[in-house]
Design a protein around this ligand. Structure first.
Ligand code: TXA
Ligand code: MG
Length: 340
């Protein structure tokens, strides 16, 4: 059975952290908050424990996991000697929403990296996460703590909805600060490659390491380079459509689509970023206009539409740089675009 542990995010109770860390040490699974989304943690050096993570999430075994660390000793344990650019990134952005791909050492089991010779590393900026990793005394794999394909969890209750009964412990540490996942950058290529836009803007990364190449979703090497990106992700149960175009056309197209859906007997949801749309009979959710607000609410809203039993979600388009790039990516994937 799954134990729920409520832990204070500002000053985590040591006894509760110890209880969760003991579960990790025994090869168990513990969901915990990070600054981006909740992760499903297990000992990154214990293949048996990691198997439980793949099983609980229903995650394909060819999608490698991020290893979460809290200090540089652990970095040296799992990664080969880092290049100067990697050290510069670490000094500037860790702890924080940046995952760095580097060459791995043998100690990292194949099941973590799906057999790749690289490993994804991240130091999360969250007190519960850092104290858990420290107390466990081992690096932790932590994919987002959702069922594979579902929107990532930003609150304890989302993890409970997806994984209760399937894992040992769920730490409820409140709402995560950012709301979308970390930015993933491959530092084994020259120039470095952005594999997943996320909580840290690629423009900020470029100020430290120079030009970063963007991997287009149609790139033929995509599955090999970024295994996780080939699956449909972040998806609500409802069918989701993003209406593109200039703003006047978008507004009237959304209304037309919504009215058609209603006429066909569907329950229709509208996801708005810029204006509130009120179409009689539809459920409208407003994600906000500041990108920080949108990032914080996006997955929550997708899950809320599911709870409302919506059949069709019609979304305004969303684009831009910085954090907006990550939001636009999640939105497209939720709508089943960018699928291979
Ligand atoms: O914000 C986050 O990164 C969250 C929190 C919990 O830390 N974790 C997360 O993990 O989003 P996950 O497993 O949902 O996404 C990991 C991504 C996947 O797209 C995976 O394919 C990619 O990182 N990845 C992991 N190891 C890789 C590697 N060696 N090479 C290329 N991509 C890798
Ligand atoms: Mg995920």
């Amino acid at each position: 059975m799954t134990k729920i542990l409520k832990i204070n995010s500002i000053s985590p109770e040591p006894s509760k952290i110890k209880e969760a860390a003991d579960v990790i040490k025994r090869g168990g699974t513990v969901a915990f908050p990070t600054e981006t989304v909740y992760g499903l943690g297990a000992d990154a050096l214990n293949p048996e424990a990691i198997r439980k993570v793949f099983k609980a999430k229903g995650r394909p075994s060819d999608n490698p996991l991020i290893v979460h660390i809290f200090d540089m000793d652990t970095f040296q344990l799992v990664a080969r000697r880092p290049a100067k650019a990697v050290i510069d990134l670490i000094n500037r952005f860790w702890p924080g929403p940046l995952t760095i791909i580097v060459k791995k050492k043998k100690v990292v089991p194949d099941i973590v990296t799906s057999g790749l010779d690289t490993v994804a590393l991240r130091m999360p900026d969250n007190k519960i996460a850092l104290s858990l990793i420290k107390k466990a005394g081992v690096p932790l794999v932590a994919p987002s703590a959702n069922l594979s394909g579902r929107p990532s969890p930003t609150r304890g209750r989302d993890v409970i909805a997806d994984l209760s009964g399937k894992i040992d412990v769920i730490i409820d540490g409140g709402k995560t600060r950012i709301g979308i996942e970390s930015t993933v950058i491959d530092m084994t290529t020259s120039p470095p490659t952005l594999l997943r836009p996320g909580g840290l803007s690629v423009e900020d990364i470029e100020k430290v390491v120079g030009h970063v190449q963007r991997l287009s979703t149609s790139h033929e090497n995509m599955p090999a380079r970024s295994p996780g990106m080939k699956y449909r992700h972040y998806a609500p149960k409802a069918r989701m459509v993003i209406v593109e175009g200039d703003s006047d056309a978008v507004q009237s197209d959304i209304i037309k689509l919504a009215e058609k859906g209603l006429k066909d007997g569907q329950k229709v949801g509208i996801l708005a970023f810029h204006k509130e749309f009120r179409v009689e009979g539809c459920i409208t959710k407003y994600a906000g206009s500041r990108c920080e607000t949108v990032a914080g609410r996006l997955f929550d809203i997708l899950r809320a539409f599911d709870k409302d039993g919506v059949d069709l979600i019609i979304s305004e388009p969303y684009d831009g740089e910085g954090l907006k790039l990550g939001i636009a990516d999640r939105l497209r994937r939720a709508a089943g675009q960018g699928k291979q």
